[in-house]
Design a protein around this ligand. Structure first.
Ligand code: KG4
Ligand code: ZN
Length: 363
C-alpha cells in the first residue's frame, strides 16, 4: 500500500502519523485538553494557536519515529535528513473537514507547504471517513488482522457527530441518519457539566455509572425511540435531565451522582442502540463499525457485542485507545486508499477547508 504522511488538526488534537495502508508506522498526538479544560469546552482561537505552535515538532516527531522503523537514513534532524525521509513517502494527506475552520486551516497550510517543498501529491481527507477507517487500523506488524468485509453499518459518535452510515464498499457511503440537535458525546458532556463533573464528560460518566453497575434508577426518556427513521436527538433528554435535577435539589443530586450519571448514560446509549438495531434489521446488515470518542466507552462496547450476538453478526471498534479520539493515523489510512484511487489534488494550492463537510458527500 501507499506510504502516507498524514496530518489532522480538525479540533483539539494536533497530530501527525506515517502509515502504510492500515498499518501505523508512527503516530504522534498532542492533546490540547489542558488548554481547553478550564473553559469547559474547545475555544477555536486557542486551538488554532496551539496547532500552529506545535505542528512543526509533531510532524518532525512522526517522521523521526517512522525513520527509526524504516531506517531510511541516520537521523540527525537536519533539513537534508528530513528531505530524505520525505522522499521515501508517497504522499501527504490532511483533514480538510469537518471541524473548526481555524483549526483545519493550520493543518492544511502545513500539508501544502510539505507537498510543495518535497513534490509529493496532496490528498484532502474527510475526517469522518477517518473515524470509520480507524476500526481497521493495525500495528506495524499487521495486528490485529482486520480484512474488509463489506457491507458494514457504521456508527460514528463523538463530541460533534452522531451518524449512522451504510458503507457499501471502500469510500462508498450512504448516510442513513444523524442527530437533529446535540451529538451523543456532547449530550454526555452537557450532563456532566450539570452534575458539576467537568470536561470532557464521557469518561467520568462512564466511571461513575460503572460504580453502580450501570443501574438505570431514574429511567429518563429515550429520545426519538418511536420515530420510524434513523435520526437521533438528545436535546429533549438534556432538558428533562435539567428539570429533574432542579426538582431534586443540590443535596440529593450530590448524594446520587452515580445513579444520575448511570441513568443518563443509559438513556443516551439506549437510543443509539435502538436506531442501530432498526438499521440492522431494515437494511439486513450485521457487521457493525463503531468509531469516534464515545466508542472508548467499555459499557457501550459490551452492549454492542450483546446486540450483534442476537444477529450472528460482529462489531468492530478501534483497537488502540488513541484511535477512538482524533488522530492522524486514521486520516493516513483513508489517504492511502485515496492514493490507490488516484484521488490527489490536481493543484495542491486549491485545497480549501470545509468545516461542514458531510461523510456522504465523499461517496
Ligand atoms: O472523537 P472525539 O475525541 O472528538 C470529537 O468530538 O471529534 O470525541 C470526544 C467526545 C467527548 O464528547 C467525550 O465526552 C466523549 O467523546 N468520550 C466518551 C468517552 N471518552 C470520550 N464518551 C463516553 N465514554 C468514554 N469513555
Ligand atoms: Zn473526530
Amino acid at each position: 500500500m501507499a506510504l502516507i504522511l498524514a496530518i489532522d488538526t480538525s479540533c483539539d488534537e494536533t497530530s501527525a502519523a506515517v502509515v502504510d495502508g492500515q498499518r501505523i508506522l508512527s503516530s504522534v498526538v498532542y492533546s490540547q485538553i489542558l488548554i481547553h479544560k478550564q473553559w469547559g469546552g474547545v475555544v477555536p482561537n486557542l486551538a488554532k494557536r496551539a496547532h500552529v505552535e506545535r505542528l512543526d515538532s509533531v510532524v518532525a516527531n512522526a517522521l523521526k519515529k517512522y525513520n527509526s522503523i524504516a531506517k531510511v537514513t541516520d537521523w540527525n534532524g537536519s533539513p537534508e535528513y528530513v528531505e530524505k525521509i520525505m522522499h521515501s513517502l508517497d504522499a501527504v494527506a490532511v483533514t480538510y473537514g469537518p471541524g473548526l475552520a481555524v483549526a483545519l486551516e493550520a493543518g492544511i497550510v502545513k500539508a501544502k507547504e510539505l507537498s510543495n517543498r518535497y513534490h509529493k501529491p496532496l490528498i484532502g481527507v474527510n475526517h469522518m471517513e477517518g473515524h470509520i477507517y480507524s476500526v481497521f487500523m493495525q500495528n506495524r506488524n499487521g495486528n490485529p488482522e482486520r480484512p474488509f468485509q463489506f457491507p458494514y453499518l457504521a456508527l460514528l459518535v463523538s463530541g460533534g457527530h452522531t451518524e449512522l452510515i451504510h458503507m457499501k464498499g471502500h469510500r462508498t457511503y450512504e448516510l442513513l441518519g444523524e442527530t437533529v440537535d446535540d451529538a451523543g458525546g456532547e449530550a454526555l458532556d452537557k450532563a456532566a457539566k450539570m452534575l458539576g463533573l467537568g470536561y470532557p464528560g464521557g469518561p467520568v460518566i462512564e466511571q461513575l455509572a460503572q460504580e453502580v453497575h450501570n443501574e438505570d434508577r431514574y429511567r429518563f426518556p429515550r429520545p426519538m425511540a418511536k420515530s420510524k427513521d434513523y435520526q437521533f436527538s438528545f436535546s429533549g433528554l438534556k432538558t428533562s435531565f435539567l428539570y429533574f435535577l432542579r426538582e431534586m435539589g443540590e443535596e440529593e443530586k450530590n448524594k446520587n451522582l452515580r445513579y444520575l450519571a448511570s441513568s443518563f448514560q443509559e438513556a443516551v446509549f439506549d437510543s443509539i442502540l435502538l436506531k442501530t438495531e432498526r438499521a440492522m434489521k431494515e437494511k439486513g446488515l450485521n457487521r457493525i463499525l463503531v468509531g469516534g470518542g464515545v466508542s472508548a466507552n467499555r459499557y457501550l462496547r459490551k452492549r454492542f457485542r450483546r446486540l450483534v450476538r442476537q444477529y450472528q453478526g460482529e462489531v468492530l471498534f478501534p483497537s488502540f485507545s488513541y484511535l477512538t479520539g482524533d488522530n492522524a493515523a486514521m486520516i493516513g489510512a483513508v489517504g492511502s486508499i485515496m492514493f490507490e484511487q488516484k484521488q490527489f489534488m490536481k493543484d495542491p494550492d486549491a485545497l480549501e477547508r470545509e468545516p461542514r463537510l458531510l461523510v456522504a458527500s465523499s461517496a
